[in-house]
Write a protein that binds this ligand. Structure first.
Ligand code: PGA
Length: 239
C-alpha cells in the first residue's frame, strides 16, 4: 500500500503562508519522496493558488470538506466539483470538528464521500471515538458504526479512512500503540485490503515513526504539526 501523509491546515493559512510549502519542498532538496503521497489540505481560499504553483513539485492538494451537491443554492458552500476544478485530488469528509461544530451525521458524511467520488476526488473519511466512549469500552463499536453509516455504498479503492480519536485531536495525547494497532486491525476487517487507513490525532515528529511502523497504519492525517514545514518534513522522513 502506498503510504499517504496528509496535512490538515484547518482554518489556518493566509497567502503569506504559502512559503511553508516552498520550505517543505526545499527540505527535500526539491525532490519529494517518490514512494509516498504527500498531501496538503489548505483552506479553500488558498487551494487553487497553491495547487497551480506546486502540484508539479510532488505535493498534492485537497479540500477539508465539501457539499454533497455539485452546484446550487447553498450560500457559502463548496462542492467537490469545485475543489477538483481548483486542483484538489482529495477531500477530507466527516472530520470530528465538522461532526461536532456543524452537526454532520454519518448520512451527511456518506453523501459527501459519494460526492467526492462523483467529482473524481479521493475522500478521506474520518472516524473516531470520544474519550467517554473509549472509557466505556465502546471505541471499536463506535468506529464500526461510523464506518457502516459513512462509507459510500459504491466500491472505490481510492477511499481513505482516517482513524482520529476525538480526544487525541490537538491535545498532545495519543492512544497506546497497542490501541492504535487494534483499532486499525478492526477497521481493516471492515474496509478490506485495498484502502488506506491513516492515523490522526497529535501526530508529531517525536511519535510519528513508532505510529507509522504499526501494521495497518498506511499513513497519517496531521493537523497542528502540518503547519510548520520543518515538523511536517520530519513526519514524512519518519515514514
Ligand atoms: P492534530 O489534528 O494533529 O492537531 O491533533 C489532527 C486532525 O484534526 O486531523
Amino acid at each position: 500500500m502506498r503510504p499517504l501523509i496528509a496535512g490538515n491546515w484547518k482554518m489556518n493559512g493566509l497567502s503569506a503562508d504559502a512559503p511553508e510549502i516552498e520550505a517543505l519542498i526545499s527540505a527535500f532538496d526539491g525532490a519529494m519522496p517518490e514512494k509516498i503521497d504527500v498531501l496538503i489540505c489548505p483552506p479553500a481560499t488558498l487551494l487553487g493558488g497553491l495547487a497551480a504553483a506546486y502540484e508539479d513539485e510532488g505535493v498534492q492538494f485537497g479540500g477539508q470538506d465539501c457539499h454533497s451537491a455539485p452546484s446550487g443554492a447553498h450560500t457559502g458552500e463548496v462542492s467537490a466539483e469545485m475543489l477538483a476544478d481548483a486542483g484538489a485530488a482529495f477531500v477530507i469528509v466527516g472530520h470530528s470538528e465538522r461532526r461536532s461544530d456543524n452537526g454532520e451525521t454519518d448520512a451527511i458524511v456518506r453523501a459527501k464521500a459519494e460526492a467526492a467520488l462523483r467529482a473524481g476526488l479521493a475522500p478521506i473519511i474520518c472516524v473516531g471515538e470520544t474519550e467517554a466512549e473509549r472509557d466505556a469500552g465502546r471505541a471499536e463499536a463506535v468506529v464500526a458504526g461510523q464506518l457502516e453509516g459513512s462509507l459510500p455504498r459504491t466500491d472505490g479503492d481510492e477511499i481513505v479512512i482516517a482513524y482520529e480519536p476525538v480526544w487525541a485531536i490537538g491535545t498532545g495525547r495519543t492512544p497506546t500503540l497497542d490501541d492504535i494497532a487494534d483499532m486499525h486491525a478492526a477497521i481493516r476487517k471492515i474496509v478490506g485490503d485495498r484502502r488506506r487507513i491513516l492515523y490522526g490525532g497529535s501526530v508529531k515528529p517525536g511519535n510519528a515513526a513508532e505510529i507509522l511502523r504499526l501494521d495497518d497504519v498506511d499513513g497519517a492525517l496531521v493537523g497542528g504539526a502540518s503547519l510548520k514545514a520543518a515538523d511536517f518534513a520530519a513526519i514524512i522522513r519518519a515514514l
